[in-house]
Every structure is written in structure tokens, then in C-alpha cells.
Design a protein around this ligand. Structure first.
Ligand code: NAD
Ligand code: UDP
Length: 319
């Protein structure tokens, strides 16, 4: 296939490009570098099957030649207001990438009769009242909360994707991605994994927001990419959760990182209020992914952290 991947220079987009090139596809990567990094794609520069277009997906998209699949991953993805790359500091860009970017990429898929995959998120469940979250849960989102620029853009994107499927017959898929981590994450985007791993490697106390009793379920990137590729190749049109159901409190998570990195500096608690609607519990129900895609994650949290640390060491000049 000839596949357009938006958000190609980001964390997940760059892994997707690498995987799909390895699988023998042709890939057109698209990005405007608002949160991404061209270094993530440097290794693909000489690949005959890889092409890059610098473009903002909020503007009309023209792709020369035939496109067989479109994967829309372009969007800021970190909630952290302390980082200039957090979506709370890029609120309009985030809403445009989710709304106009989804419209434009669906337009490409429609025009080319290409298959389409939307990168959605567990954030569409908001601060969930059902636990774990299955795809049938409608969510609990504050439409004007701090995170709403991301959550509501993604909810709009899902609705628009289903509209193109139902009204125009576009061959769409929706993946609801739960917290994923690994190499190629931006060091300064403020998400919990880059923040805590770098603090641990610098032997500083790890910053835990609130009392650290909020939970997340972290998936290693290779597991996530495998699930997404299987979904792309499937004929499933309804949303599918992809994530690792191994749930941990943020406090336990911080302790695990300190242990693995051998950091004696401990933990410091920071106020949670700036994050307002920080979801208290999050864990994917992956029954559908198991059944439809014969997929489940293989890498444990401890293994994944060990696989991720060398990337941060290298980027921090500690390797
Ligand atoms: P990222 O910030 O590393 O990557 C996003 C990429 O999109 C960046 O390269 C950025 O420059 C690009 N981009 C943003 N707006 C753009 C625009 N208007 N035009 C062109 N390019 C644009 O984030 P990520 O973690 O790789 O997330 C990728 C996708 O996966 C996002 O849609 C995000 O919502 C979704 N997602 C990620 C996670 C996760 O845990 N990593 C969880 C849920 C959903
Ligand atoms: N968090 C934290 N310390 C940090 C960064 C984040 O305790 O330095 C918390 C944050 O409040 C949230 C969780 O870790 O409860 C995951 O945050 P992240 O920004 O990675 O993404 P989210 O899952 O909230 O979108």
C-alpha cells in the first residue's frame, strides 16, 4: 500500500513509519513539527519507499499520486501546562488538528477510495465513571475543562469519521489509544514517562502530581504499533481500545522507575490543581482487540521501562 501518515515526526507516527516501511509499504510522512522532531525520521531519509511532506493538516491536503491508506496521527498529545508542547498551551492548534485535520484527511481517503485510520484516545472517556473502560462506554468529559480542547476535538474526530463511513462509505477505523511510552518521545513535552525517567537519571526527586493515587495503564510502543497495524489490515469500523491493562497508581509507577534507575532521591509531591480534570482512573478493557485482532500486549511495564531508559540516556548525553 501507499500510506499517508500524519504526525509522522512525532513519537507514535515515527514508529508507524518505520514499521510500515519494514513491512514493504510505501509511506508518505506528513508533519508541521509543532510537537514533533525531524530527528525521529532521520533514519528513513535514504529509504526509496519513504517520502516526507512538511504541511499543517489543518490546511487542505494535496497528495500527488495514488493513496491506498490514510492514518491520521497529527495532534499535540501531552496535557502538561508546564510544557510549551502541551496541548493546553496549543489549544487552538489542537482543536484544529482534531477537527479540520480529521476533515482534510478523511477528504483524502474519500477522494482516493483509501482505507482510513483515526488515532483517537482514552481521553474521549474523560474522567471515567466506568472502570475498566470498554468501547461501549460513552465517557464523562467536561466540555469546557482544561483538557476539553483535546478530548472534544477527538470526540468530534470520531463522530466525523463515523459520518464519512456512514454517509460516504469511507472504509474507516478508529483506534482508542491508551497511555503509550517508549523511545522517540519528546524529552520536554511534560508527559509522565519522559519527566520521571529524566528526573531519575539525573538523580532528582520524581515529581508526582496530587497524591499519586490516580491510575494509568502504560503500554510499550512496539505492542501498540502491532495492534494498530492489525486494526489497519482488519475490516473493523467500530472503535477498538489498544493499550495495556496492567494498571498502576502514578505513585507506584514513580517508585518502580526509581528502583529500576537506582535513583536514591525519592519523590516530591506537586499540586494537581493546574491539571483540573486529570482522570482519576484509567484502564483499557481490551476484550474487543483480543477477539477481533487476536492482539494483546506482551511487554510488561518493568521490561518497557528498561527498554526506554537507553533512549533517554542517549538524548541526555549520558550514554
Ligand atoms: P507527538 O506529539 O509525539 O506526535 C504528534 C505529531 O503530530 C507531532 O510530530 C506534531 O508535530 C504533529 N502535528 C500536530 N499538529 C499537526 C498539524 N496541524 N499538522 C501536521 N502535523 C501536526 O504525540 P504522540 O504521542 O505521537 O501522539 C500521536 C497521536 O496519537 C495523537 O493523535 C494523539 O492524540 C494519539 N494518542 C497518543 C497517545 C500516547 O500515549 N502517546 C495516547 C492516546 C492518543
Ligand atoms: N504526572 C505526574 N508527574 C509528572 C507528569 C505527570 O504525576 O511529572 C501525572 C499526571 O498528573 C497524570 C499522569 O501522571 O495523572 C499521566 O500524565 P501524562 O501527562 O503522561 O498523561 P495523561 O494520561 O494525563 O494524558
Amino acid at each position: 500500500m501507499r500510506i499517508l501518515i500524519t504526525g509522522a515526526a512525532g513519537f507514535l507516527g515515527s514508529h508507524l513509519c518505520t514499521r510500515l516501511i519494514k513491512d514493504g509499504h510505501q509511506v508518505i510522512g506528513m508533519d508541521n513539527f509543532v510537537t514533533g522532531n525531524p530527528d525521529n525520521l532521520a533514519h528513513l531519509a535514504g529509504e526509496p519507499g519513504f517520502q516526507f511532506i512538511r504541511h499543517d493538516v489543518s490546511d487542505f491536503i494535496f497528495v500527488p499520486g495514488k493513496v491506498d491508506a490514510v492514518m491520521h496521527f497529527a495532534s499535540p498529545a501531552s496535557p502538561n501546562p508546564d510544557s510549551p508542547y502541551g496541548y493546553t498551551n496549543l489549544p487552538i492548534q489542537t482543536m484544529k488538528a482534531g477537527a479540520l485535520g480529521t476533515h482534510n484527511t478523511l477528504g483524502v481517503a474519500h477522494a482516493h477510495r483509501a482505507r482510513y485510520l483515526l488515532a483517537s484516545t482514552s481521553e474521549i472517556y474523560g474522567d471515567p465513571l466506568e472502570h475498566p473502560q470498554s468501547e461501549s462506554y460513552w465517557g464523562h468529559v467536561d466540555p469546557i475543562g482544561v483538557r476539553s480542547v483535546y478530548d472534544e476535538a477527538k470526540r468530534f474526530a470520531e463522530a466525523l469519521t463515523m459520518a464519512y463511513h456512514r454517509y460516504h462509505g469511507v472504509d474507516t477505523r478508529i483506534v482508542r489509544i491508551f497511555n503509550t511510552y517508549g523511545p522517540n518521545m519528546r524529552l520536554d513535552d511534560g508527559r509522565v514517562v519522559p519527566n520521571l525517567i529524566q528526573q531519575a537519571l539525573r538523580h532528582e526527586p520524581l515529581t508526582v502530581y496530587g497524591d499519586g493515587q490516580q491510575t494509568r495503564s502504560f503500554c510499550y510502543v512496539s505492542d501498540l504499533i502491532e495492534g494498530i497495524v492489525r486494526l489497519l489490515l482488519s475490516d473493523e469500523h467500530d472503535p477498538v481500545n489498544i493499550g495495556n491493562p496492567q494498571e498502576t497508581t502514578i505513585l507506584e509507577f514513580a517508585k518502580t522507575i526509581n528502583e529500576i534507575a537506582g535513583n536514591p532521591a525519592g519523590i516530591v509531591f506537586k499540586p494537581a490543581s493546574r491539571l483540573g480534570d486529570d482522570p482519576q482512573r484509567r484502564r483499557p478493557d481490551i476484550t474487543r482487540a483480543k477477539k477481533i485482532l487476536q492482539w494483546e500486549p506482551k511487554i510488561t511495564l518493568e521490561e518497557g521501562i528498561r527498554l526506554t531508559i537507553p533512549y533517554f540516556k542517549e538524548k541526555m548525553g549520558l550514554a
